[in-house]
Write a new protein. Structure first.
Length: 254
């Protein structure tokens, strides 16, 4: 995996092209660490992509075949690797963008789903392929997919492991948009540029409130929203946004 700081953008590239960027235990650990390193003090976006022709083929099947562990060991491994990826992606205070440059399968699909934005090439293929190797969706798939694509569609994807094109992924809201391959870099750059002109800390507060409120009833969700909004009201970003509006200029967020 390559991790690069690029003028306020933390770029994470899955770099195992020989195995279509399949996730090993080490890859998952590295991904969690990389996302955890993103800070609103230094970054306004995190961009995730794959080297070569695939975004990620999901879990490393060869490693699965060689694994010899009991239930307790398996629980610890999954919790400390793919489970931590979910935690870091959902709690990251910097907005994340998946640049899906090719196929996204299994955990690869799940990582794209975890990102705040996801754009894919029109020729990319997706599959929630866990069932094909006798597994249930992990990396947050069982709770996140129904939120994104709806209950029936989530069951269809999880139970069949069917492969489907990027255009359908966009139609079911798994990704934001499918674009021609030659336009992917530009589309992601546009989003990153837009994010650079917004207050990153405020985005982090909005993200936290949205994620925290997914499982709450409306009354508790509204109360939590109000608490987080108070933090936003007392921020420098809010003061600058109001001043800029009253002065008829573009805000200059830190």
């Amino acid at each position: 995996m390559r991790v690069e700081d690029d003028d306020g953008v933390l770029r994470i590239t899955f770099d195992r092209p020989a195995v279509l960027n399949a996730f090993s235990t080490e890859t998952a650990e590295e991904l969690a660490e990389a996302v955890a390193s993103a800070s609103p003090d230094d970054h306004h976006a995190v961009v995730l992509t794959g080297e070569g022709d695939a975004f990620s083929a999901g879990g490393d099947i060869q490693a699965m075949a060689e694994r010899d562990e009991g239930p307790s060991e398996a629980y610890d491994r999954v919790t400390e690797t793919f489970g931590r990826v979910v935690e870091e992606m959902l709690e990251c205070r910097v907005p994340t963008v998946a640049k899906v440059n090719g196929d996204a399968v299994g955990a690869g699909l799940a990582v794209a789903a975890l990102a705040d934005f996801a754009y894919a090439t029109e020729d990319a293929t997706f599959s929630c392929a866990f069932v094909r190797v006798g597994l249930i969706p992990d990396t947050g798939g069982t709770f996140l997919l129904p939120q994104l694509v709806g209950l029936r569609t989530a069951k269809q994807l999880a139970f069949t492991g069917e492969f489907f094109p990027a255009e359908r992924a966009a139609a079911i809201d798994l990704i934001n948009e499918a674009v021609p391959a030659e336009e992917l870099d530009e589309r992601v750059a546009e989003t990153v540029d837009r994010l650079s002109r917004r207050p990153t800390r405020t985005i982090g507060l909005a993200k936290r409130a949205i994620h925290e409120n997914l499982g709450r009833n409306w009354s508790a969700a509204l109360d939590y929203e109000n608490h987080v909004q108070v933090q936003a009201y007392t921020s420098e970003a809010h003061e600058e946004g109001v001043s800029a509006f009253l002065e008829g200029r573009d805000p200059e967020f830190d």
